[in-house]
Design a protein around this ligand. Structure first.
Ligand code: 5GP
Length: 345
């Protein structure tokens, strides 16, 4: 047994110190970025936010809306091959990842879709990125897709980030147990505070010309800025995008203080709800590692993306970063005991 005693941090443990800046207006802040990848033969330009491949969030409708802001969607893996063929023939496919797990059905579906249309971005998604089987799958995926932008995860430490990049991934998804509807930490005791995980994995990835995507734990736009400040090249969002018109969640009405409010169902991909829906129930050898909640209905997602973009631009003027790529260099975190004034909630 071994104990690491240096304190690992979450978004709520820090704030970003403001710095003198020559930017005179938020409109000067460039929130899109151009990427060249370690393995993929093509680059990508856009707003590096990714809607999570949860089945309520990673929808075609979400992709259509986010592509208008040049932001990305990792499509969930429960669409049929014919629906995916139609989607990947459209404009929005430039902003979408095709998601697979390690099952042979998922891989066959990818092959089937690729026979008809190009699939330039692939997300290989497993809950635990630490197995040899997963590393082997990434090697095979790169072999079969030499040109694609491949994202793989999730992990939270430098050595596995390096191993996955060397195996063939371009972008490593970082985050275990930080998700809003995730119960992994309660159930298993395993996890890693999200900001420190991003800082450590980004440092490892960037040394190898790889990139990282911070996945899970963002609650407010400032958390996205902190993830980018910590070195995240991309940020994946679940709960911040939940409850919108573009989501696939069921709409329900709940009574709050005697008033009827519209809410939407949102659940983890390892929750009982998801396992009942896609796998005919929770298998006997495993426990659900996700929960089911209802979230306020928020209308169109473009308003939320505008709020996030506004936060990002404002943060960039506070720290003097004209381009997104400069945010990490311009970031000094200060450790804090409290984030904000809570007099009014
Ligand atoms: P959020 O942005 O909601 O905090 O986190 C979203 C992320 O939580 C997803 O992208 C995914 O990595 C993770 N996640 C989604 N569903 C589950 C689940 O049921 N269990 C666990 N452990 N993680 C989940």
């Amino acid at each position: 047994m071994h104990i690491e005693t240096d304190l690992k941090l979450d978004f709520r443990d820090v704030l970003i110190r403001p710095k003198r800046s020559v930017l005179t207006s938020r409109s000067e802040a460039q929130i899109t970025r151009t990427f060249r990848f370690r393995h993929a033969t093509t680059g990508w330009t856009g707003l590096p936010l990714i809607a999570s491949n949860m089945d309520t969030i990673g929808t075609f409708q979400m992709a259509a809306s986010l592509s208008q802001s040049q932001a990305l969607v990792a499509l969930h893996k429960y669409y049929s091959a014919s629906d995916l063929i139609e989607f990947f023939g459209s404009e929005a496919s430039r902003y979408a990842f095709f998601t697979i797990g390690t099952s042979s059905d998922d891989w066959q579906k990818l092959v089937q879709v690729k026979r008809q249309v190009a699939v330039p971005m692939i997300n290989i998604d497993v809950a635990n990125g630490y197995t040899q089987q997963f590393l082997d799958a990434v090697v095979k995926l790169r072999d079969e897709n030499p040109q694609a932008i491949i994202m793989a995860g999730t992990v939270v430490t430098a050595e596995m980030t390096e191993a996955l990049i060397i195996a063939g991934a371009d972008i490593i998804r970082v985050g275990i147990g930080s998700g809003s509807v995730c119960t992994t930490r309660d159930l298993t005791g395993v996890g890693f505070p999200q900001l420190s995980a991003v800082i450590e994995c980004a440092d490892a990835a960037h040394g190898l010309k790889g990139h990282v995507c911070s996945d899970g734990g963002c609650v407010v736009p400032g958390d996205i800025v902190k993830a980018i400040g910590g070195g995240a090249d991309f940020v994946m969002l679940g709960s911040m995008l939940a409850g919108h018109a573009e989501c696939a969640g069921e709409i329900v009405h709940e009574s709050v203080d005697g008033r009827q409010v519209q809410k939407m169902v949102f659940y983890g991909m390892s929750s009982e709800t998801a396992m009942n829906k896609h796998h005919g129930g929770v298998a006997e050898y495993r426990a659900a590692e996700g929960k089911t909640v209802t979230v306020p209905y928020k209308g169109e997602v473009k308003d939320t993306i505008n709020a996030i973009s506004g936060g990002l631009r404002s943060a960039m003027t506070y720290i003097g970063a004209e381009h997104l790529k400069e945010v990490t260099k311009r970031t000094t975190f200060i450790m804090v005991n409290a984030q904000r004034n809570t007099v009014y909630g």
